[in-house]
Write a protein that binds this ligand. Structure first.
Ligand SMILES: NC(=O)c1ccc[n+]([C@@H]2O[C@H](COP(=O)([O-])OP(=O)(O)OC[C@H]3O[C@@H](n4cnc5c(N)ncnc54)[C@H](OP(=O)(O)O)[C@@H]3O)[C@@H](O)[C@H]2O)c1
Length: 325
């Protein structure tokens, strides 16, 4: 925890050889209105997506998080197209994607890898994650399928998402018995959602050398302060989210005020304070994947790296957010 970390430095993904920037770009926003999950965010044009990817790479972010579920592969396709348009050297960036397990078996996990690679225009899959724990096959069986993909060089690392501590440990142990290790668990983590600190996920991840990838690190924009300042109001599906109710804005106002003070001190934006809190929260264990709806946001979010809150500042924000809980 706190100021001794160096958040600009790349950090190791799990126990692998890969070292990634502490922040990656979340690309659910690239779904372009396809599929049910993909309708959550406004539709972005391919040119605009390419501009977001450019701002991301220019800002020193070295990896992207996507998924089959984001627009039924549309996010993967849009990302791959942007990288091609920008002539980004495939060796300089990494892509993490996810398999959607609901009503599917580990057989599907193994045999649909070609479709994922096709959606990514054959860009290597640096990290392949199981999107959530509900599948027709056991975790052991899914991990044996992952091990086979690793053995055949079809993916570089295996991860999970939304797994509980015990599911994560079981996934790790099964991969270990196949000669591999679990690289990561992608989980909901931000200043207002800190369950992983008390439910065993963070403790087990640290002990076993598993990286955690924090999704919704800005609480879908709430932790940018713009809704508190009244400079924005929630659009689309967020209008119905309990997180954006007036009483939540009221209760979280002291936290946002403290973040604004720190933002002024460091000459950064409130969003960068929120992201810095996440990536300095547990040494090198936690990565963050903010999504961006514009190139400006992507550029701003990359500036959450390269500096660190002091331990006291980190603890003060933690206290204020604990009070909220
Ligand atoms: N594994 C899972 O189950 C799971 C679940 C959720 C998300 N994810 C991943 O995590 C990524 C991020 O999570 P998320 O998209 O839910 O939430 P988030 O990163 O907390 O919030 C992203 C949204 O916040 C706003 N924003 C971002 N940067 C900003 C800035 N600098 N200033 C002002 N507003 C800013 C933008 O929306 P507006 O401009 O429209 O306000 C943006 O679309 C996703 O893209 C996805 O890759 C994974």
């Amino acid at each position: 925890m706190g100021s001794m970390t160096t958040p600009l430095d790349r950090r190791r993904l799990g126990q692998s050889e890969a070292s990634w920037s502490p922040i990656g770009l979340g690309t659910w926003q690239f779904s372009q209105g396809h599929g049910l999950i993909g309708r959550f965010w406004p539709t972005l044009t391919q040119d605009y997506i390419t501009a977001i990817v450019k701002a991301t790479v220019d800002g020193g972010i070295s990896w992207f998080d996507t998924a089959e579920a984001y627009g039924r592969g549309q996010s993967e396709r849009a990302l791959a197209m942007a990288l091609e348009t920008l002539h980004v050297d495939v060796d300089t960036i990494s892509i993490a994607t996810k398999w959607w397990p609901l009503l599917r078996s580990s057989h599907h996990l193994q045999h649909s890898i070609g479709a994922r690679l096709q959606a990514l225009n054959q860009h290597p899959i640096a990290l392949y994650q199981i999107h959530q724990p509900f599948a027709r096959s056991s975790i052991e069986s899914q991990m044996r399928a992952m091990a086979s993909l690793l053995d055949h060089g079809l993916i570089k690392q295996a991860g999970v998402s939304n797994f509980t501590a015990s599911q994560m440990v079981l996934a790790h142990r099964t991969l270990k018995s196949c000669g591999h290790a679990l690289a990561s668990n992608q989980v909901h983590y931000n200043l207002l959602h800190r369950n992983i600190e008390s439910n065993g996920i963070l403790a087990n991840a640290r002990e076993l050398g598993i990286s955690l990838i924090a999704y919704s690190p800005l609480a879908q924009g709430l932790l940018t302060g713009k809704f508190h300042q009244g400079t924005a109001s929630p659009r689309g599906f967020r209008r119905w989210s309990p997180q954006f109710r007036p009483e939540v804005l009221r209760t979280t106002a002291p936290l946002i005020r403290a973040m604004q003070d720190l933002a002024e001190r460091y000459e950064v934006e409130v969003s960068q304070v929120a992201l810095n809190w996440v990536i300095t929260s547990a040494g090198d264990t936690v990565f963050a994947i903010p999504g961006a709806s514009s190139p400006k946001q992507a550029a701003a979010n990359s500036k959450a790296m390269g500096w660190a809150l002091t331990h006291d500042e980190w603890a003060m924000l933690s206290d204020l957010s604990t009070n909220f809980r």
